[in-house]
Design a binder for this molecule. Sequence first.
Ligand SMILES: NC(=O)c1ccc[n+]([C@@H]2O[C@H](COP(=O)([O-])OP(=O)(O)OC[C@H]3O[C@@H](n4cnc5c(N)ncnc54)[C@H](OP(=O)(O)O)[C@@H]3O)[C@@H](O)[C@H]2O)c1
Length: 290
Amino acid sequence: MTAGELSAPAVVVTGATGAVGRHVARALARRGPVRSLVRDPGKAEALGIGGEIVVGDYRDGAGLERAFTGAGAVFVVTADPLRPQDDAHILDAARAAGVRRAVKLSWLAVADPRANDLVARWNRESERLLRSSGLAWTVLRMRTPMSNTLSWAASIRRESVVRALGGDARTACVDPRDVAEAAVRALTEPEHAGRTYALTGPELLSARAQTATLARVLGRPVGFEELTPEQALARWSARLPRPVAQALLEAAQRRQAGESAEVEGDLGGLLRRPPTTFAVWAADHASAFG
Ligand SMILES: NC(=O)c1ccc[n+]([C@@H]2O[C@H](COP(=O)([O-])OP(=O)(O)OC[C@H]3O[C@@H](n4cnc5c(N)ncnc54)[C@H](OP(=O)(O)O)[C@@H]3O)[C@@H](O)[C@H]2O)c1
């Protein structure tokens, strides 16, 4: 099906190959027309995200125009704090095409006045752009997604160990499938316009406690080794630009100081059920750590 053949206004999903976006795209594809803007159609196919695929980049005006023609709503996910213009490109293209509704994935640290790292400042500015875009907006501020623990999978598989910074710092990590369900509600139910939601999981958990849960699920011991801040920074810097790695370190240090230790009620209210526990998420993803 091409963009012009769609009869009902489509929902455009950006970030459809990401941790939350993949679930948003799949869920919307079961309900009606959905168009996912992706850089790599092979990755989209492997993830089985369904619906119509439009290949493009946030820097590619023609791709954005193809994605938004005839669309009614957009799920906005950007991922590069060093490219703050991505949000503006998406919102400008959506508005130019007549899109009326936008739901943005953001970070709960934005709400913390003590959070002044690069990623927090970038998300704050992205939220400001959204609210002044002229579109009917909703912001979903997410706490750490449980899927971040997939970065431990290789060392668990090979060495039965998790290495991380701040093993005792507790945070209410959240199932990205729940965040996606909240996003689908925000995209399809009118009462969420003009609202900002704080999305956390149901319990405060440390990395050590998550490691213990993974060990129970796997049925074998998994150790935990504390990294120094220097070791953690070196690991992040190996795969991310240095300023982003530095921002992750600052966020981890805030967690260690107890500054992300709240369980919020918005997600349960949106889903009309309790948010998913880490034990359930871990059992559902055991094969990735096996
Ligand atoms: N991860 C966390 O710990 C966390 C916690 C709380 C809040 N957040 C917030 O959640 C949002 C998403 O962050 P994330 O890093 O977690 O996302 P993610 O799950 O890694 O997803 C990013 C998505 O955006 C796509 N993308 C990135 N750059 C693109 C471009 N130039 N053109 C087209 N598609 C592009 C990626 O496509 P590819 O598959 O092609 O790369 C991927 O589908 C951010 O606002 C972040 O601050 C993240």
